[in-house]
Design a protein around this ligand. Structure first.
Ligand SMILES: [Fe+2]
Ligand SMILES: [Fe+2]
Length: 168
């Protein structure tokens, strides 16, 4: 479908983020298993639960609006997930991998923050405040996840990685 209106664009972007969220639900358990730091593993697991709720919010938006999502793959998220898989192949389990996984997941969060910010602006433009409210709830969770990862990195993940590097 050609994107000729803001509504078309909104449907396209919502379909894209739906695919992104689905891909993240598959990646997060793998990241949790690879983490040595239990706080980090817990953060990945709790964001997985949040992500499942975010997918349900998109389903709700589809119900409210009657918009039909397109079957598509978010290739940006595919790339980010692929990069996280490379980390698992290339880095031994431990503090350094933990630090790398925090970075990889923060890239995911920032992609999502940008996507939901855009979707909220478009929903408001379309006069769909109920939809904007649902998307805002998800945006808050993405920002929260990003901040939690920063805090974990500051508490030790990255610091420990730096120390390991110095010793080497
Ligand atoms: Fe998400
Ligand atoms: Fe997220």
């Amino acid at each position: 479908m050609a994107r000729t209106t803001i509504e078309d664009l909104f449907i396209h972007e919502l379909s894209d983020v739906y695919s992104a969220e689905k891909q993240i639900t598959k990646a997060l358990p793998r990241l949790a298993r690879a983490s040595t730091n239990p706080t980090l593993a817990e953060a990945f697991k709790s964001h997985l639960e949040e992500t499942q709720g975010q997918i349900e919010r998109i389903d709700q938006i589809v119900e409210i609006t009657g918009f039909k999502l397109k079957r598509m793959k978010c290739v940006a998220m595919e790339g980010l997930v692929e990069e996280s898989k490379e980390l698992l192949d290339e880095i031994e389990k431990g503090e350094v991998l933990d630090a790398a996984l925090i970075g990889a997941c923060q890239k995911v969060e920032h992609y999502e923050i940008a996507s939901y910010g855009t979707l909220i602006a478009m929903a408001k433009h379309l006069g769909k405040d109920d939809v904007a409210a649902l998307l805002t709830a998800t945006l808050a969770e993405e920002k929260g996840a990003d901040e939690k990862l920063s805090a974990i990195a500051e508490q030790g993940g990255n610091q420990a990685a730096t120390l390991t590097k110095k010793k080497a």
